[in-house]
Design a protein around this ligand. Structure first.
Ligand SMILES: [Cu+2]
Length: 103
């Protein structure tokens, strides 16, 4: 019982240290060109367009992901588990670029 309590406390503590950062997509741009986060942090990719769909993905090989078609007003959360740098782009709008560095 004592150990269960300890495990719960540790889970809460480790959860509290992981941050969640919002990256907005507006006017076919990310609101930042680069972002530095810590291992285990999450980025919430929010499509803040009125009527433009995005398809955000990372070039990897670290932290590879693809959000698939993202409708206006929707958001998707990605956890970054591997230290290193990855470029994030939009498959539809090739000028959209974001560099994510995970420490
Ligand atoms: Cu796009």
């Amino acid at each position: 019982m004592k150990y269960l309590f300890y495990a719960i406390v540790m889970a809460l503590v480790s959860n509290a240290t992981a941050a969640e950062v919002m990256i907005s997509q507006k006017d076919k741009k990310f609101d930042k060109a680069a972002i530095k986060i810590k291992k285990g942090d999450k980025i919430v990719f929010k499509n803040n367009e009125k009527d433009i769909t995005h398809n955000v993905f990372s070039l990897g090989p670290k932290n590879a992901f693809e959000l698939k078609t993202q409708a206006p007003g929707t958001a998707s959360t990605v956890e970054f588990k591997e230290p290193g740098t990855t470029d994030v782009e939009c498959a539809i709008h090739t000028n959209m670029k974001l560099k994510v560095t995970v420490e």
